[in-house]
Design a protein around this ligand. Structure first.
Ligand code: SF4
Length: 236
């Protein structure tokens, strides 16, 4: 899909190339951390994750722990009974099936098989699975959160009703090597410019290629004359 490449170039010119964590985070750590992060803030999920890491020497030891012990350790992140069940089940099942607590097995699977396998576990949705694959395993997959869903639909790259449907459409033949840059810059665009209400289309680097019908060039507090000048300046 060449338009993804074009959008990526425009975003790169505006936001730059986002830095990657170096070394990449450990995939299994990332998976557990994302389960803990659901429905809570970063601070509390980080505390819960550290509680687990400090309590057990490794994930093997955590797999052998009682679920209620895990629940106690992660209480600060909320939904502790549900999350502890999901974590315990994931640890035990992966260890039983693959002999070790690692996500190396996904290297033999296609993207579809990998997402399908990971999302078969409670607490892991398409977004979680794809974030782990891209951020921790350097796979060329673009996760779709609320910002990526909104912006890609407004721009006209996809026309889908839900983030998961957007994910599958967007990742069909995704251009090689640009998923991390594209994803990260789209999130910046969604947070800073293409907000859910009143997108600031006047400053948007994509305004000439975006197909959104309800673009907003109103600048709060701008008189109509100034607004006309502004629209002239941006070539609309
Ligand atoms: S032109 Fe407006 S609607 Fe389109 S991506 Fe930019 S901010 Fe969003």
């Amino acid at each position: 899909m060449s338009s993804i490449k074009k959008i990526n170039e425009l975003l790169k010119e505006y936001f730059g190339i986002p830095k990657r964590q170096n070394p990449l985070p450990e995939p299994f750590d990332t998976l557990i951390a994302t389960i803990l992060s659901q429905n809570t803030n970063d601070n509390n999920s980080y505390k819960a994750f550290n509680n687990l890491k400090n309590a057990y020497a490794n994930w093997d030891e955590a797999a052998g722990a009682k679920r209620t012990a895990i629940e106690k350790l992660i209480r600060v992140a909320g939904l502790a009974p549900t999350k502890s069940r999901a974590i315990k089940n994931l640890l035990v099942d992966i260890k039983e099936k693959y002999g070790k607590l690692s996500l190396d097995f996904v290297n033999k699977l296609s993207i579809e098989e990998t997402i399908s396998k990971l999302t078969s576990y409670d607490g892991i949705g398409v977004k979680t699975a794809s974030c782990v694959l891209m951020f921790a395993m350097n796979k060329n997959i673009c996760p779709v959160d609320t910002h990526v869903h909104r912006t890609t639909n407004r721009i006209g790259l996809v026309n889908e009703k839900t983030p998961d449907k957007t994910f599958w459409k967007l990742n069909k033949n995704f251009p090689e090597g640009i998923a991390h840059t594209f994803h990260t810059n789209l999130i910046l665009l969604g947070r800073e410019i293409c907000k859910p209400t009143n997108p600031n289309c006047a400053v948007c680097p994509l305004k000439k290629v975006c197909k959104f019908e309800n673009k907003n060039f109103e600048i709060k507090g701008t008189s109509s004359n100034k607004r006309i000048l502004l629209l002239d300046n941006i070539g609309i």
